[in-house]
Design a protein around this ligand. Structure first.
Ligand SMILES: Cc1cc2nc3c(=O)[nH]c(=O)nc-3n(C[C@H](O)[C@H](O)[C@H](O)COP(=O)(O)O)c2cc1C
Length: 211
């Protein structure tokens, strides 16, 4: 009886240690992924918004959802840039949901007047050599958003040339750029009707959006 109890106790101990180790590894991995994402976002934010602000973008952020403009229940993060407490620009982090291979995670920097500072891709699963020309490292295409707004070009032209719009598609790959252009247009439309909320909502730096 005593040896059965001993074995049971030993087994229990092994299970507890194993579970703790796994939980520890999980936490470490999650921390590492979060740190990596933070690094990428800071780097990309720096490319979109050069230092014309005096607040901390990463701290001055809100998280929200709006299925009409950011579909599939995604959480959107807005990083607010301010100078002397006056709003300068906002960078929205959201997903284009109609990529060839699923979500394309994007950052779009929008000036207070509604013009685009720039767009960057944080992560995607599009096909190398076809859809990955959305990366700034692979082609200049993503820079074509700079300076654009819902007035320039007009909303009807906010799609790829194949669909009668003004944005280039890639050779043999229209789905990826179409998804990005559509998502950025929706983000601009959201900005236009929710500018006040975006800049005035209380910061909530403890929350962040899903990748
Ligand atoms: C294996 C494979 C991978 C593909 N990857 C992509 C992709 O990442 N992005 C994309 O837009 N199209 C991709 N395509 C092509 C699409 O299926 C589709 O044909 C194309 O986007 C339509 O563009 P087009 O009208 O210019 O031909 C891929 C096709 C195949 C067979």
């Amino acid at each position: 009886m005593r040896s059965i109890l001993k074995s049971a106790a030993a087994l229990g101990l092994v299970a507890v240690i194993g579970t703790s180790l796994l939980t520890g590894v999980d936490t470490l991995t999650a921390d590492r992924i979060a740190a990596q994402e933070r690094r990428v976002i800071l780097e990309q934010l720096g490319q979109i918004i050069p230092r014309e602000y005096d607040n901390s973008l990463l701290e001055d952020r809100i998280v929200f959802n709006d299925d009409d403009h950011f579909p599939k229940g995604q959480l959107v993060t807005a990083y607010r840039a301010r100078l002397n407490k006056q709003p300068v620009a906002v960078v929205l982090k959201f997903n284009a949901v109609n990529g060839y291979n699923g979500n394309i995670s994007l950052l779009a920097g929008i000036n207070f007047d509604g013009t685009l500072r720039g767009v960057r891709v944080i992560s995607h699963k599009e096909t190398p050599g076809l859809g990955d020309a959305i990366e700034v490292e692979k082609s200049n295409w993503i820079n074509s958003f700079e300076g654009k707004s819902l007035k320039r070009p007009e909303p009807a032209l906010w799609t790829v040339k194949r669909d009668g719009g003004s944005f280039d598609q890639f050779t043999g790959a229209t789905i990826t750029p179409r998804a990005v252009v559509d998502a950025v247009r929706l983000a601009l439309e959201y900005f236009e009707t929710n500018r006040q909320f975006l800049f005035e909502a209380a910061a909530d730096p403890s929350r962040s959006s899903a990748p």
